[in-house]
Ligand binder design. Structure first.
Ligand SMILES: Nc1ncnc2c1ncn2[C@@H]1O[C@H](COP(=O)(O)OP(=O)(O)OP(=O)(O)O)[C@@H](O)[C@H]1O
Ligand SMILES: [Mg+2]
Length: 425
């Protein structure tokens, strides 16, 4: 019986399956790519829906329609049951999650050549920080969506535990590891005892010494960097002659992946238009209206994200493409500015990592295993290494490890993967 390991990520999703002979298959979801951006584009003209990189491409090439990203961030929020107008038609966010899950299922089945009705789905340690009721609601909603997409059984596994099981496949000696999974929406940690011998033992629950998590990651970095570097060009923080600051709510919407469409609603546009009296420099207001009318929000935020990745990869100043603002503006992101802007969230993430080690009853770990796209962020890896100086830093498979570990979880029922079928029929 095949079971899909589904890593439904805030930014990227992946699926893997363990075959009967024990080997692992990462499913090619879009061309040869085993990672599918968690994005949908609803075309206005023919109601066709694009997924993944094709959805991002449709938006970037100016197709008429609506782009959705970061839909996982809506889980556990009141917005989930709300309707949103997609090309004039009311659609619930829940239905959009179902659509994405159905696509993952269909594409996987096409690759495998058979129907698969069982899934182990990853979940962050906390969908929602400090609110167990909403956190439980988020998991129940995700289970409901997976069932609605056609899965008969749905179990959940913590994303960092899945990453640990994947890492364990490649080690030859025993280690106590802090697994660090920093993605787009959440930063998740586990301290786990791993080893080639343990891999074969049935009950792994006692090897998982602690798990912690916090709802801060790459999309928050994008928001803070957009607010610091780009939104001032549209009037964020701008003060008029009488000392009044331009109201900031729309700049936050334009900087938050899953809220950008709020800024394009009729009442938001109306409000934005009326704000010209708050501007001493009317050019800034004109730029804001241009961005709203041309729907450049996702484009600007994507350009900030690209600069974040370039700056972190090269450790040098990276240009931010602001050509869509239509004048001769230049913007860039320097390593020192990035470090300054992200200081607080990075401190919070490192504190959460330390708490995981303490909760495990340990003072040190042998290894820090890094996974998730944002684990490549240079100031973060530096801070983690400083916090646990004796540990060896291991850079893992950043985008495929969780899905692989979920597939391994499917065949090992003692890793804490929790069955939710039955209760949800
Ligand atoms: N080289 C890089 N440096 C810094 N950040 C990066 C780099 N590459 C990707 N990212 C960021 O990683 C994030 C996506 O990572 P990933 O695909 O692991 O997240 P996810 O699994 O979708 O999210 P989550 O697990 O939190 O739901 C994005 O915010 C992206 O900007
Ligand atoms: Mg992830």
């Amino acid at each position: 019986m095949l079971t899909l390991g589904i890593d439904f990520g805030t930014s990227n999703s992946a699926v893997a399956v363990q075959r009967a002979d024990g080997s692992l298959q990462a499913i090619a979801l879009e061309g040869n790519s085993t990672s599918l951006p968690t994005a949908l584009f609803f075309h206005a003209d023919d109601e066709h829906v694009d997924f993944g990189a094709a959805a991002l491409q449709a938006y970037l090439t100016g197709a008429e329609g609506r782009l959705m990203r970061s839909i996982k961030s809506l889980l556990g929020s009141k917005l989930m049951d709300e309707q949103t107008a997609i090309n004039g038609r009311p659609t619930s966010f829940f239905d959009i999650v179902v659509l994405f899950f159905r696509e993952l299922k269909t594409r996987s089945e096409e690759r495998l050549g058979c129907t698969v009705n069982h899934a182990v789905v990853g979940r962050p340690v906390h969908f929602v920080d400090d609110d167990t009721a909403r956190d439980a609601l988020a998991q129940a909603t995700l289970a409901r969506a997976a069932h609605a997409a056609g899965f008969d059984t749905v179990r959940f596994q913590f994303e960092p535990v899945a990453a640990a099981l994947d890492y364990e496949q490649r080690i030859t000696t025993e280690t106590t590891a802090l697994i660090v999974d920093i993605g787009g929406g959440t930063s998740d940690f586990t301290v786990t005892r791993l080893g080639p011998g343990r891999r074969l033992s049935g009950n792994r629950a006692t090897d998982v010494l602690a798990t912690t998590g916090i709802h801060i990651a790459g999309t928050d970095f994008d928001r803070l960097l957009n607010l610091a570097e780009i939104m001032p060009l549209l009037g964020y923080g701008h003060v008029d002659a009488s000392g009044r600051e331009v109201p900031s709510a729309m700049f936050f919407d334009l900087s938050t992946w899953h809220l950008i469409h709020h800024a394009y609603r009729r009442q938001s546009l109306h409000l934005a238009k009326s704000l010209w009296t708050n501007y001493a420099d009317i050019n800034l207001h004109q730029r804001l209206m241009w961005v709203l009318n041309e729907r450049h929000g996702h484009r600007l935020l994507a350009n900030v994200e690209a600069a974040k990745i370039a700056c972190s990869t090269t450790d040098a100043e990276a240009p931010i493409d602001v050509a869509c603002l239509g004048d001769d503006l230049l913007a860039s992101l320097a390593p020192a500015a990035m470090q300054r802007t992200l200081q607080n969230p990075l401190n919070d993430i490192v504190t959460c990592a330390r708490q995981c080690v303490l909760a495990a009853g340990l003072k040190r770990v042998d290894t820090i295993y890094l996974t998730g796209g944002s684990s490549a962020l240079r100031p973060l890896t530096t801070a983690l290494q400083l916090a646990l100086p004796t540990a060896t830093l291991v850079h893992g498979d950043r985008f495929g490890g969780v899905a692989a570990g979920l597939a391994y979880s499917a065949s090992n029922t003692e890793t804490g993967a929790e069955a939710v079928h039955g209760a949800l029929q």
